[in-house]
Write a new protein. Structure first.
Length: 332
């Protein structure tokens, strides 16, 4: 009996040791512990953030072309050719001007191959390439092309503007060698529409030299040429009122307009203005003279508020197109 009691006491004493040993063999419990962040990250598809941070750029790569020819923020600003012709019926010079305005340099150069007036357009195309590339070689070719351009009369408005712009940009490059320009559109219009002179012509529409002003007999019949820059003459106004006048010859767009003056009907002179698809500035004056005092060869022009061209276009010259002052996209 005593021996049994002793064994029972020993068993009770060893029980905690046995339980402790068995607990060491079991997997650890997650109760009361922090969640496993690595496992959670794996399930959610994200990686744990490292303790250290890496510097991230605050701005991306700036947009626009890169390289030696790209203009810098402080690059000098130069003006390109301004708004020009936009109509589908523009003559050849207008179509070429539009290519240049849109920086289609190679297309312009190809369009003038073999043309008699190619020099001024090739100079414009060469300057166009130099502005785009910034290459010193291209600028040298542009300089040579500008030097080879003949003098352009003011009556060839578009060609004159191209020649002046090309020469100006080459000069600016010489003053700023190695600098890439920032190009902006030219201001205003290439050839604003305006009436600047009136010239008496003969039956063959050739200018008649003579007096210092445009004049003719009171009986009417004198044919006059409207000098200036216009596209499509609509109404002719005498002293501000629409007049029923007789046009001589064709009235094609961009063509020269000729009028046959009506009888004086008691007037000593008449101030002439015209309308176009947009406003046309300027007025000119025709004088009526008695047959006994009128010169046998009346001729020259007189203007009001404008300066007549130094060399009025001949009857065989077709004025180049002009831009629409109201919009750069609307056709005249």
């Amino acid at each position: 009996m005593k021996c049994h009691s002793r064994s029972h006491i020993i068993g009770l004493a060893l029980l905690p040791v046995l339980v402790l040993g068995l607990s060491a063999c079991l997997p650890p419990s997650s109760d009361g512990l922090s969640p496993d962040t690595s496992a959670s990250s794996s399930r959610s598809g994200t990686m744990p953030q490292p303790a250290s941070t890496v510097a991230v750029p605050t701005a991306g790569q700036p947009a626009g072309p890169a390289g030696p020819g790209a203009p810098q923020a402080e690059a000098p600003v130069v003006r390109w050719v301004p708004i020009g012709p936009v109509g589908p019926n523009d003559p050849t010079s207008g179509q070429r001007y539009l290519l240049l305005q849109q920086f289609q340099c190679d297309a312009l150069a190809q369009s003038v191959e073999g043309a008699e007036d190619a020099a001024v357009w090739l100079a414009g195309a060469a300057v166009c390439r130099a502005l785009q590339s910034g290459s010193e070689q291209d600028w040298q070719q542009a300089s040579n092309a500008v030097a080879a351009t003949p003098r352009i009369p003011q009556t060839q408005c578009l060609e004159s503007r191209v020649a002046a712009t090309s020469a100006s940009l080459v000069a600016q490059h010489r003053s700023n060698p190695g600098v890439a320009f920032k190009v902006e559109p030219g201001q205003g219009e290439a050839c604003p529409r305006q009436l600047v002179g009136l010239t008496v012509v003969d039956q063959d529409l050739k200018p008649v030299p003579g007096t210092s002003r445009a004049s003719g007999p009171r009986t009417g019949g004198t044919v006059v040429r409207l000098d200036g820059y216009y596209v499509r003459v609509g109404d002719v106004l005498f002293d501000g009122a629409v007049a029923d006048v007789e046009f001589v010859g064709d009235r094609d767009d961009y063509g020269i307009v000729y009028l046959r003056m009506p009888p004086a009907n008691g007037r000593d002179s008449v101030r002439i203005s015209i309308t176009d698809t947009v406003d046309v500035a300027g007025t000119v004056t025709f004088f009526y003279e008695d047959s006994s005092t009128s010169s046998s060869s009346p001729g020259a022009s007189e203007t009001a508020g404008t300066v007549p061209p130094t060399s009025p276009p001949g009857s065989t010259t077709t004025p180049a197109p002009t831009p629409n002052a109201a919009s750069s996209t609307a056709a005249p």
